[in-house]
Design a protein around this ligand. Structure first.
Ligand code: TGC
Ligand code: FAD
Length: 390
């Protein structure tokens, strides 16, 4: 059975260049060979398939839009988006592994670190020799990262870092962490913390019913001495971490389409095979309503993502436009997953089909990288000029 069919109702492929199609199809093939056969088992065991990090590096999933001389793929934003779409067609947790490494670890180092630090870390991150994580969220500061209490104090040639981060993708297996903390003036600074630095630990968070194949943990800093060379020299304030989030949210807006397509694909096939009352359930109007609305919403999301990608390539996309696409496309995918689950009847709750796993994953995707409601408020702020956050 070939689950990995593309769905392209509006012939979007005509808008893509050859290298986009090549990149997408290579990742599609890799996901089919390496992810699909194992993902249900890993998700069931709540285990991260760590052997996939190397493969993700080989297919160019780490920093596809970062220049090749710094360990990235040297491709454009649409290629990056399509790669995330194909990964999330496999599993949101696999896409997470790549989003964090590329957009939340390689991107800030490429954008904000010294040349020496770039040369030190980026090639190893691009090749998967090093795994990275991104520490912004704290136990008491999620939607409002500006309230963070993790802090650094000047101590000669180093800073002393104290505090804790929560819900950090990849943290228990990471070699380095990009960490955001307040300096003595209360300004948010970014830095690279290495796993062997004394006083640093990254315990795993257990008990997730979502993103079960992705590893999540805390970051705990007890008087960690971080050399000043590891601190990003010029970027201060929330703009630093938020600029990384814009890159990752862009990828998630594309990724969610992949999860939705996989659910739709499964539901469409099932509706043609499954018979009740002597005919395929796909012949009932209520099933057709579900399928028709799914493909309509997927198509709208594809057009939104494509236009966002074009604007990003032209350097014109705004953070608020990215928020709109992240919010719309993730919500769309979750609704598609719920409808697809119904079409599968009782079978829909099992791991014979990918639908329930996608649905559970998408509950996290709706919340991380800015919750559904935070992105709505970002749009509200953008169109009114009035800030409703606080
Ligand atoms: P506000 O006053 O609006 O902004 C502060 C400064 O930041 C600038 N800015 C941005 N810059 C670049 N990109 C963006 N998206 C930006 N958004 C804002 C802004 O211009 C300003 O710059 P400056 O120079 O004037 O200082 O800040 P605020 O405190 O009012 O907060 C705004 C709010 C609520 C939207 C923001 O805090 C927010 O987005 N909250 C959500 C937090 C969030 O998304 N956390 C995600 C954590 S990482 C994660 O979930 C990884 S999951 C990884 C995976 O597995 O895939
Ligand atoms: P809260 O901020 O407490 O929000 C709770 C509810 O209140 C939400 O519905 C929210 O929308 C609502 N709310 C909050 N403020 C307002 C407001 N002003 N107006 C209206 N409603 C509001 N973070 C990282 O830094 N790095 C990572 O790698 C990372 N990976 C993650 C992986 C997983 C599996 C998960 C679940 C989370 C991850 N996160 C990560 C954290 C994620 O970004 C946060 O969970 C998210 O930003 C929300 O924060 P919170 O959970 O503290 O919820």
């Amino acid at each position: 059975e070939d689950r990995f069919q593309g769905h392209d109702y509006y012939m979007l492929d005509d808008l893509l260049k050859d290298d986009h199609l090549l990149a997408r199809d290579a990742v599609r093939t890799w996901v089919k060979q390496e992810v699909s056969p194992i993902i249900e088992e890993y998700a069931e065991r709540a285990e991260c398939p760590q052997h996939l990090y190397k493969g993700l590096a080989e297919i160019g999933a780490f920093g596809p839009n970062i220049p090749a001389e710094y360990g990235g793929g040297g491709m454009d934003e649409i290629a990056y988006g399509l790669i995330m779409q194909e990964l999330e067609r496999g599993d949101s947790g696999i896409r997470s592994m790549a989003s964090v490494q590329g957009s939340l670890v390689m991107y800030p180092i490429w954008k904000y670190a010294s040349e020496e630090q770039k040369r030190k870390y980026l090639p190893k991150l691009g090749s998967g020799e090093f795994i990275g994580c991104f520490g912004l969220t704290e136990p008491d500061h999620g939607s409002n990262p500006g309230g963070m209490v993790t802090n650094i104090k000047d101590d000669g040639d180093a800073y002393i870092l104290n505090g804790a981060k929560m819900w950090i993708t990849n943290s228990p297996v990471a070699d380095i962490a990009v960490v955001w903390a307040k300096d003595e003036e209360g300004k948010i600074r970014g830095m690279v913390v290495e796993k062997d630095m004394p006083g640093f630990s990254a315990p795993e968070i257990h008990g997730k019913w979502s993103l079960r194949a992705s590893i999540t943990g805390e970051l705990v800093f007890e008087d960690v001495r971080v050399p000043k060379a590891n601190v990003f020299p010029d970027i201060k304030g929330l703009r630093g971490p938020l600029s990384c989030l814009s890159k990752a949210r862009f990828g998630i807006a594309w990724g969610a389409i992949g999860a939705a397509m996989d659910c739709y694909d499964s539901a469409l096939r099932y509706s043609l095979e499954r018979e009740q009352f002597g005919r395929p359930i796909g012949g009932f109007q209520l099933t057709q309503k579900k399928l028709a609305e799914m493909i309509t919403e997927i198509t709208k999301a594809q057009l939104l993502a494509w236009r966002m990608g074009t604007l990003a390539n032209e350097g014109k996309v705004t953070p608020a436009q990215i928020s709109m696409a992240k919010r719309n496309n993730v919500h769309m995918a979750l609704e598609v997953a719920r409808e697809a689950r119904q079409i599968h009847g009782g079978m829909g709750i099992t791991n014979e089909y990918p639908v329930m796993r996608h649905m559970m994953n998408l509950e996290t995707v709706l919340t991380y990288e800015g919750t559904h409601d935070i992105h709505l408020l970002i749009t509200g702020h953008d169109v009114t000029g009035l800030n409703a956050f606080s």
